[in-house]
Write a protein that binds this ligand. Sequence first.
Ligand code: SF4
Length: 443
Amino acid sequence: MQKTFSITNFGCRASQSEGASIHQELLESHAVESESAYDANVVVVNSCTITAEADRDVRQTIRRIASRNPNAQIIVTGCYAQRAPEELASLPQVRFVLGNSHKPLAAQLALNLLQDDFGAHGRGEILCSSIFLERDFRPASYVGSGGRTRAILKVQDGCNANCSFCIIPSVRGRSRSIEPEAAIAEVRELVARGYKEVVFSGIHLGTYGRDLRSKTSFYELICRALEVPGLERLRLSSIEPLEIIPELIDLIATHPRVAHHFHIPLQSGSARILRAMYRPYSPQYYFDLVSRIRARIPDAGLGADVMVGFPGETDADFSATYQLIEASPLTYLHVFPYSSRPGTVAAGLPNHVPEHVSRFRAKMLRNLIARKNETFRRNMIGSEIEVLTLEDGTALSSNFVPVLISDPVAVNEWVRVVVTGLHGERGLHASRMKTAHTPADPA
Ligand code: SF4
């Protein structure tokens, strides 16, 4: 019987994009995918290490795969593999640990294992260094395997900032961008393969191009991508506050094919905590920025990452964060309780906040944003919008709201709908109006 593989992904969009890339490389090499990790011969675990909880999830997953599938050979790669390869190498059935430095080898090693299991082994073999193999990952959709709807295109990796809490620069290295010509060629290929939405992602996306010999910028890359014939919608993932330039807001406001969606990390609404985090903007700057965006693009989806319980965060600091968010036009949040990461500056700071306090603060913010998000969605009731249907039976609006359409619709179609009500905690109900024009054709 032919041997099979499976991929289990963790982490951010950039990581998902890399996992999808490994997946695609294996399929193109005619490897056969299994139904699940529990019946595959080779399992690639693409890990994340952003928090202690993420580490725990990865370890638990590997142990579960090993106990339910005792014949599986496991390859672990990703950020956790780069940070602590020894920890992962000692887990059961781990055959290789590939740091991000060696991630481009993951598909080839999986193929080797599928062809020849290399016999019995003890500890996993570690391939990890501080020098990153410079081969860019090919993009692929991560929304369902074989999907043809949204493609995540990672155009940048690594980060030169040194936020005091963040492990990412040490596990992904310095900022590196793919050449604009290569990025545009990928956009063309994705369009040719039928993707209707391309999402530009990266670790520190706003710094795109600064490392290239012929200097360019993220804004220029976006403008070039929008010239690609047939690209129907471009979405941008997370961009740091200081990198949202006025031209970018104008472009998103006026171009019919750019999604009305911004994700702008805030982290804290306390000036003192932002300084301790080494974040280079003030709460007022952030507030003015999102207010300006709301004034210019009234329907924009506006999201943020917020960290609670950073060392030394007092009730007053948290209250400043709460008040800023309450007054802001933000529509959704990713709230993270602070998690001490070994080797970071913040890990050595005094006054760590007790876990139950962080959890309580996180809950307060989640309740707050749930109310704001409901108001945002309620204001959309009765409006006509164009949505893209996805593989999971929902559709996605330009401003990043999941939409459940009452009538049956095919996957990967633009559908014009009228919003009829709220759906669950994050979505909308809608009825189909007629086959939509694509956003490229606003006529
Ligand atoms: S900008 Fe800060 S939080 Fe984001 S990856 Fe870089 S160091 Fe981490």
